[in-house]
Design a protein around this ligand. Sequence first.
Ligand SMILES: Cc1cc2nc3c(=O)[nH]c(=O)nc-3n(C[C@H](O)[C@H](O)[C@H](O)COP(=O)(O)OP(=O)(O)OC[C@H]3O[C@@H](n4cnc5c(N)ncnc54)[C@H](O)[C@@H]3O)c2cc1C
Length: 296
Amino acid sequence: MAGIQGYRLFNVRLVRKTVISPSLLSLVFSGPEVAQMKCDAPDQRIKMLFPSADGTPSSLPAEGHWYPIAQALPKEKRPTIRTYTLRHIDRQRCEVTVEFVNHGTAGPASAWAVNSQPGEALQMVAPNAEYAADSGGYEWAPPAGLRNALIVADETALPAARGILESIAGQDNPPQVQVFLEVPEAGDCVDLSAFQFAEVVWLARKPVGAQHGECLIQALKADARLPENDHRQPVQEEAEGELLWDKASAASTRFYGWVAAESTAVKQLRRYLITERGVDRRMVNFMAYWAKGRIR
Ligand SMILES: Cc1cc2nc3c(=O)[nH]c(=O)nc-3n(C[C@H](O)[C@H](O)[C@H](O)COP(=O)(O)OP(=O)(O)OC[C@H]3O[C@@H](n4cnc5c(N)ncnc54)[C@H](O)[C@@H]3O)c2cc1C
């Protein structure tokens, strides 16, 4: 495997766009190179390289390390890089699907998802099928025989959360899963009834005019089924400007948590679960997928 990277650059073109719900778009990209893409986990992340500030589409060379090459470009020529979830690969058809939150056109990625037309070229950095080992870039890694899981997500983490539910559905003995999903509006609450092992609580912000994460925190306080324990411990807050990213490390089959949402919301959820409810911090992944008012 010497010289072969876990992630590599792929050249793709948009082939079709589907509206999943008012706030979510599904974009399918294709290109012969997709046959060399792989997916190791349902929440595996990819980097999408959107046009630079001056509108030039990303055209980095496939050889070499893409990041230093991108950084060496003049600022206005550098691709705009954002993190997304690898939702689905169809290697036979050479198609890869990414689901985008439509949060308007202020963010370059959301704007591209809204305005792009079939045929437009894009580059993405995704797991490389030639790399035989695990490429990493994901956090959902529950212990075998897990009995209880908690999934907490906002709309940006909904693609990963659905992928996780699909992966659990493939298991012979799925755990009991409690899922809290916060989305902008009621129309975004898509049907997840096929996942009978999961108790899904949908929360829409719009009718109550709630802030990002507010509904999640209230719902968890009211209804979360958490393991009995007494680990109450303070959490170390991140330094100013640092995004929270805590990976679970304990291999207890009793409980496993996956929390991904807006930064402030995730901090509040961590404080509630770890400090107030005494959940063992090693049992839960806490991930700031984005930060309100901040460009990633
Ligand atoms: C591991 C990982 C996986 C992710 N997977 C997905 C995914 O599959 N689908 C997806 O849509 N997002 C996903 N995200 C989140 C995505 O990377 C961010 O939302 C990103 O900031 C969007 O880039 P942008 O160019 O649209 O906006 P930016 O230029 O980053 O931000 C512009 C402004 O928009 C605000 N903003 C950013 N995102 C949102 C939002 N969702 N709602 C409201 N305001 C927002 C910012 O705070 C800022 O004020 C993921 C993030 C991570 C870390």
